[in-house]
Design a protein around this ligand. Sequence first.
Ligand SMILES: [Zn+2]
Length: 97
Amino acid sequence: MALPEEHRPPTPPERIRQEYALRRRRQAASGVPVVILAIAVALGSGGGGVPVLVVGTVILAFFGFSLVNWRCPSCGAYLGQRLNPERCPACRVELRD
Ligand SMILES: [Zn+2]
């Protein structure tokens, strides 16, 4: 059983940076389908273009994933629109070297 938040030992800084690096890679990877979709929409592929349902699903999936993934490994705060923040905007923990 997981301990309640306030009783957990603090995460070592090294572990936070490792977890942040992993999350940043996942975040970058999750943007790939969005870029491919944007290119497909721009090119108007498939004759009638990309169906609205596909565009909506990919965009919603991207934002949904971001909301879960793009968080501070230490406090869980959303990291916002910045691509590679140095510190968490909420707890100020260092996220990278
Ligand atoms: Zn934080």
